[in-house]
Design a protein around this ligand. Structure first.
Ligand code: NDP
Length: 245
């Protein structure tokens, strides 16, 4: 049977691109996010191009530990075996100095980027027990390797992803589950729009003068990492646009 991948934050950007790239490689797709209508549109689009693809969609807010457990507990029987988890759901909200940032934005980033990743991993790892080639991909960021002006809390959450990626690899050694972090630099997605609370002019300005990466660029690297033979664990990858300082 083809490998089954569960992708969080599949409704746009990098998550959506992973769905397309991995569908083309024959994966079965379990896709979740909060915007269900986006997931349904994605499912229909993939099925139009690749009608053989098996796709399950479900609504999930990764910040809600109970909802995460409930969602994985109630997966249909033929979706109870997961081979690959892509912990992609994440966001930045605000780009302000620490003395000005909104506390609610801090909470949203910490709850989504750190706690959400933990809740989903905890719920999905037991579903990997029958996989002979299990793999967790954690989407980090250049912000998890460096700190930039006003990036404070977002950078802290992605440094946490970097640490959790290392910790998970050690914790999961004896289960034979591979763990990889993919740390992108600038990727042109809805990320900047979310960061600037829907200010599209400010969001577009971010990409001026630099050819940013696309979601597909990242998804293709993820497909490569997943395709290595089972004894090879590419644990940590930083992918930058050539022109980004
Ligand atoms: P997008 O805004 O395009 O996608 C973010 C995805 O996360 C959406 O599908 C969104 O779905 C989902 N999401 C956000 N909050 C939640 C939540 N509480 N529960 C479930 N899903 C949620 O941005 P990207 O594709 O760029 O971002 C994907 C990942 O890549 C993030 O972790 C981000 O930090 C990281 N990254 C992005 C970079 C960039 O420059 N774009 C650079 C480095 C890392 P929905 O709103 O429907 O729930």
């Amino acid at each position: 049977m083809n490998r089954t991948v569960l992708i969080t934050g599949a409704s746009s950007g990098i998550g959506q691109a992973c769905a397309w790239v991995l569908a083309k490689e024959g994966y079965r797709l379990a896709l979740c996010a909060r915007r269900t209508e986006r997931l349904e549109a994605l499912k229909q689009a993939i099925l139009t191009d690749l009608p053989e693809t098996e796709i399950l969609t479900f609504t999930l807010d990764v910040r809600d530990a109970n909802a995460v457990q409930q969602a994985t507990d109630t997966l249909p029987a033929d979706w109870q075996n997961i081979d690959v988890l892509i912990n992609n759901a994440g966001l930045s909200q605000g780009l302000d100095p620490i003395q000005q940032g909104k506390l609610s934005d801090w909470d949203t980033m910490i709850d989504t980027n750190i706690k959400g990743l933990l809740y989903v991993s905890r719920a999905v790892i037991p579903l990997m027990k029958n996989s002979t080639n299990a793999h967790i991909i954690n989407i980090g960021s250049i912000a998890g390797k460096e700190v930039y002006p006003n990036g404070n809390v977002y950078c802290a959450t992605k440094h946490a992803v970097d640490a959790l990626n290392k910790a998970m690899r050690i914790d999961l050694l004896e289960k034979g589950i591979r763990v990889s972090a993919i740390h992108p630099g600038m990727v042109e997605t809805e990320f900047s729009e979310v960061r600037f609370h829907g200010d599209t002019d400010r969001a577009k300005a971010v990409y001026q003068g630099v050819e940013a990466l696309s979601g597909q660029d990242i998804a293709e690297v993820i497909a490569f990492v997943l395709s290595r033979r089972a004894h090879i664990n590419i644990n940590d990858l930083l992918i930058m646009p050539t022109a980004q300082a």
